[in-house]
Unconditional design. Structure first.
Ligand SMILES: [Mn+2]
Length: 313
């Protein structure tokens, strides 16, 4: 996978870019298959802030997988290497400023637009979930949104640009061709919003639905071959494995359940971009949330790459 920035070094040595991959400056993303970008913004948080530290924590955790300089990621369960031949780079962070909401949101959109225009697939690491609406604005055509989350993020009672509203904003502004949500649960999704979302065509696969129906319930909502955008809110996962987040909710997905969704959608459609949001290291324990996040991103982009490049024997 690409040219390792720091060949031969151990995970604990060197500069912790994502997977210790080469750092390319903003605007230098041409020719790379995937471009990781940090968006350290958490002013959309409704409860416990701190997700601005998510990109740094996820990058540091990702170095656990950087043996051999990240040059090969052999998945022993799959019996093959993931991301083989893919060029993946870390383009640093969007330069977020405090209390500068509109400028920050414009900067996010511009940055993602640049990555897309360069022919690369953006892999954004948040930051709170409000960033997803600004990211979706960057695509020339609205993709289908595959959204893993405990919450529908369709709140009508919150201001427009919070982490409880990106899906409402995306639907109202026509930024998505459709939405399927997986892992929704708990007592913080309002009845009126739930009804309205479904009326507007949002498919809600609750955590319980998913346990009963598996990935079929998700795939049924998305046309085969469609352009997809995958947004992973880490709170889709159970707080037992993902405590480091602002609004944890019991009863979430296991790692294996979540990975199955990611692999299935990557093989079902054409993923044009993705994000992983709401990792809040201030509430993490033993870095388990950040490690889960790093692993999910590797699994996802590995599956996207595999769908693009037919497997060789
Ligand atoms: Mn969310």
């Amino acid at each position: 996978m690409g040219t390792p920035e720091q060949p031969g070094t151990m995970p604990f040595v060197g500069i912790p870019s994502f997977l210790k991959l080469p750092i390319v400056p903003e605007g230098g993303a041409t020719g790379h298959d995937f471009t990781v970008v940090g968006i350290p913004f958490d002013e959309g948080t409704s409860s416990r802030p701190g997700a601005r530290y998510g990109p740094r924590a996820v990058r540091a955790a990702s170095t656990l997988y950087s043996y051999e300089g990240g040059a090969e990621l052999f998945d022993v369960e799959l019996g093959r290497s993931i991301l083989k031949g893919a060029s993946v780079v870390d383009s640093g962070d969007v330069a977020i400023e405090p209390a500068n909401g509109d400028a920050n949101r414009d900067a996010m959109t511009r940055r993602i637009r640049g990555i897309v225009a360069a022919g690369s697939t953006p892999v954004a690491v948040g930051g709170d979930h409000s960033i997803t609406a600004s990211i979706l604005k960057a695509f020339p055509a609205p993709p289908y949104l595959v959204h893993l989350d405990a919450h529908m993020d369709f709140d009508s009672y919150l201001p427009r640009h919070t982490h409880g509203t990106p899906v409402r904003l995306a639907v109202e502004q026509g930024l998505v061709a459709g939405v399927v949500q997986v892992g929704v649960r708990g007592l913080n999704n309002g009845r009126a919003d739930w009804l309205e979302a479904r009326e507007r065509g949002v498919t809600v696969v609750t955590a319980e639905d998913y346990r009963l129906s598996g990935v079929d319930a998700v795939l049924a909502a998305v046309p085969s071959g469609a352009a997809l955008y995958v947004s992973i809110d880490i709170d889709a996962f159970d707080p037992g494995i993902a405590p480091g987040t602002g609004t944890p909710e019991p009863g979430g997905l296991s790692y294996v359940e979540g990975r199955a969704v990611l692999r299935a959608v990557a093989g079902h459609g054409r993923v044009v971009g993705c994000d992983l949001v709401e990792v809040n290291p201030l509430f993490d324990h033993g870095e388990i949330t950040a490690i889960l996040a790093a692993r999910l991103l590797l699994d996802l982009i590995g599956a996207i790459w595999e769908a693009r490049i037919p497997r060789r024997p």
